[in-house]
Design a binder for this molecule. Structure first.
Ligand code: F6P
Length: 382
């Protein structure tokens, strides 16, 4: 019987529990045993009670839950070779030869590195007498399958990461709350949303909530003129009769000289045009809470496909990442997706913003372009 370990790693996202549930149940359906690896990579490094067999009933009720019930952690030990050596030994002791990791690009890169090092780790374990040559022969290959759990929607080669739509929903709900008090007092609100390197949440929240203006890292405003532009747009909307002003700022927003655009700077501009302005930083409410239907569906379909990918994997197959493109669940080479994602960040760092947008994916670019066209004619009436 194949033994699969499933772990959640990096920042949690709604839908991670649904992933674990799907992997456990699909694993049982396909006659495998599934182990929960608790606390991310620490579970592999420490082994023992952090590697626990999960049965069908153990994941009952997990479909809609937020966070991750098997825990997540940033594990420093796994970044060191000695930590990975311990992890390899623990896996062999438990008889685990496949790993399904749900996390962001850092966690998935760690998994792929582990796989590439696997033969040499086993070599070292045999040399020190910690495993036998029979065990080395039996566990010759390590299978890794990645699923992307991230609220930021910041991975290339997939249209959506698990958790992004739950977070977007939460942001929209919060902005709706803010809108009613804003309109009552005729106030302006600067709403800061998460997205360290990626503006998807800010952009989509801005579109979905009819924001007056949006600041994201990938499409930076000009350093010398964004303040005037912001004031002009918001004043125009007010002149047209809008009683509230909403500006969404991604936490990683930049101008075209790579200076951060902060909520306080945006607030100052709005105050200068006479608006009574407040800042709301949404923080971790964006990450917690139940998963929306889309994330439950995505987590379940991808979790099932992850088990199939484990069973179909050969030593020659590059580690797959399960994604979704044009509504279809797809497998893409994990490291290709990570590389492309990183080149978006480095394009931004090199001020090649158009390149960053083009690389991210075409749907993102098109929706932004459409939004710009609309906002040219926008009278601020939502
Ligand atoms: O998962 C990514 C993210 O949500 C970012 O958008 C945000 O900057 C970060 O996590 C916050 O992380 P932490 O919880 O470690 O402060």
């Amino acid at each position: 019987k194949k033994r699969i370990a499933v772990m959640t790693s990096g920042g949690d996202s709604p839908g991670m529990c649904a992933v674990v549930r799907a992997v456990v149940r699909a694993g049982i359906y396909y006659d495998c045993e599934v182990y929960g690896c608790y606390e991310g990579y620490s579970g592999l490094v420490q082994g023992g009670s952090l590697l626990k067999k999960l049965d069908w009933e153990d994941v009952r009720g997990w479909l809609s839950l937020g966070g991750t019930l098997i825990g997540t952690a940033r594990c420093m030990e796994f970044k060191e070779r000695w930590g990975r050596l311990k992890a390899a030994k623990n896996m062999i002791v438990e008889g685990i030869d496949a790993l399904v990791v749900c996390g962001g690009d850092g966690s998935l890169t760690g998994a792929d590195l582990f796989r590439s090092e696997w033969p040499s780790l086993l070599e070292e374990l045999v040399a020190t007498g910690e495993i036998s040559t029979e065990q080395r022969a039996k566990y010759q290959y390590l299978t890794i399958v990645g699923l992307v759990g991230s609220i930021d929607n910041d991975m290339a080669l997939t249209d959506s990461t698990i958790g992004a739509y739950s977070s977007l929903e939460r942001i929209c709900e919060m902005v709706d709350y803010i809108d009613s008090t804003a309109a009552s007092h005729s106030r302006a609100f600067v709403v800061e949303v998460m997205g360290r390197h990626c503006g998807w949440l800010a952009l989509m929240a801005g579109i979905s909530c009819g924001a007056d203006h949006i600041f994201i890292p990938e499409r930076p405003h000009k350093a010398g003129s964004w303040r005037d532009e912001l004031k002009r747009v918001c004043s125009r909307h007010r002149e047209k009769g809008r009683r509230k002003t909403t500006v969404i700022v991604a936490e990683g927003a930049l101008d075209d000289e790579l200076n951060p655009i902060t909520s306080n700077q945006v607030k100052d501009c709005l105050v200068e045009i006479g608006l009574d302005t407040r800042i709301t930083t949404l923080g971790h409410v964006q990450r917690g809470g139940t998963a929306v239907a889309f994330d439950r569906m995505l987590a379940t379909l991808q979790g099932v496909d992850a088990v199939r990918a484990v069973l179909e994997n050969t030593p020659e197959t590059p580690s797959p990442m399960i994604g979704i493109l044009d509504g279809k669940i797809v497998r893409k080479p994990l490291m290709e997706a990570v590389k492309l994602t990183k080149s978006v960040s480095s394009s931004i760092a090199a001020k090649k913003f158009d390149e960053a947008m083009a690389q991210r994916d075409s749907t993102f670019k098109e929706s932004y372009a459409n939004f710009l066209d609309i906002s040219e004619h926008d009278d601020g009436s939502q």
